[in-house]
Ligand binder design. Structure first.
Ligand code: ZN
Length: 335
């Protein structure tokens, strides 16, 4: 794969005990070091006018001034230092690069993956939250729409609901947002009844699973619900909000997706993008076990290098099936 990466993203220093640390990117880069076919691309900063097209301009001014003053705690767990502004623009820039590269035809072994931090999917139009300041995937989707895409789909497999991405596009029909997330976790949004509004009615799809959902349950959500809905939507670009905190060994969730499971989800997304004739790009979100994050991203990479993940047959959990049946009743999924 081609990985968008900038050293400045390491300068966003969240302190010694914060799970969203620069060591995350260091671990990923270490794991990718000896792998075949890994290319790095230093993407440009995101254009601030583009950032302001999905965020409130006053909020962006406030965020910049906060960093210029040396940063601090924006809220209890969203921390900035002076360099966070530069890191956030670079992080959003790697996401924009991933979107534009995918739209421009980079695929197969060259599929783009933006490895930026801070992450983005919790950042709402006018506020930072949940470790996120600029909504990277939203800026990337907007960039694609301003370029040549008519419709963009975002699939968010981070264990948390991407409330920011959902909010930004909730009443717009040009971005389809789908997420699988764990019930009871931060920020508490993403109920299955949240399906969009106005022009965006039917373009938000939330699979909210009970804690403990595993690879089988995730693949069922994709096969029975998310992939058919996105295929119906027929996007020009499919962006993956790729967090790896639903991993069975991630320290902050109770989901049980395996490393191979991320490979299998990657295969599904590649097939889906091909079926839609859409570009496919990945944007890093969360993932807080350093080894599991590194191994999972390596597996995503290997899938584009020909690796076939092995998934044992399993039964879909009863609670998970209930969620998928309710979504089918709302018109999402295979008929
Ligand atoms: Zn997360």
């Amino acid at each position: 794969m081609n990985f968008g990466y900038r050293e400045v993203c390491l300068d966003h220093d969240t302190g010694p005990r914060h799970p969203e640390s620069p060591d995350r990117l260091r671990a990923v880069r270490r794991a990718l070091k000896d792998r075949h076919g890994v290319e790095y691309v230093a993407a440009n900063d995101a254009d601030t006018d583009l950032v302001r097209s999905v965020h409130d301009s006053d909020y962006i001014d406030e965020f910049r001034a906060f960093c210029d003053d040396g940063g601090g705690n924006w809220d209890a767990d969203t921390v900035a230092v002076e360099a966070t502004w530069s890191a956030a623009l670079a992080s959003a820039g790697t996401a924009v690069w991933a979107a534009e590269a995918a739209l421009g035809g980079l695929d197969g072994r060259d599929t783009p993956f933006g490895l930026g931090r801070p992450p983005g999917h919790h950042a709402v139009e006018d506020d930072a939250m949940g470790f996120c300041f600029i909504n990277n995937v939203a800026v990337a989707a907007q960039a694609a729409l301003e370029r040549e895409a008519d419709r963009v789909a975002v699939f968010d497999w981070d264990v948390h609901h991407g409330n920011g991405t959902q909010d930004i596009f909730y009443d717009r029909g040009d971005v389809f947002y789908a997420s699988i997330h764990e019930d009871g976790l931060y920020p508490g949004t993403g109920g299955i009844e949240e399906t969009g509004a106005g022009d965006g009615e039917g373009t938000t799809l939330n699979v909210k699973y009970e804690p403990g959902a595993d690879t089988t349950d995730y693949l069922a959500a994709i096969d029975d619900c998310i992939a058919p809905a996105i295929a119906d939507y027929d996007p020009d670009l499919l962006l993956i909000s790729a967090g790896f905190d639903a991993h069975e060994h991630d320290p902050i969730s109770r989901m049980r997706v395996t490393t191979e499971g991320y490979g299998a989800m990657t295969q599904r997304m590649r097939t889906l993008a091909d079926d839609c004739g859409a570009g496919l790009g990945f944007v890093l979100e969360g993932g807080y076990g350093l080894d599991t994050l590194a191994d999972s991203i390596t597996t995503v990479h290997e899938v584009f290098d020909g690796y076939e993940p092995v998934i044992a047959d399993g039964e879909v959990d009863e609670d998970a099936r209930t969620v998928l049946d309710e979504l089918a009743a709302q018109g999402f999924g295979s008929k």
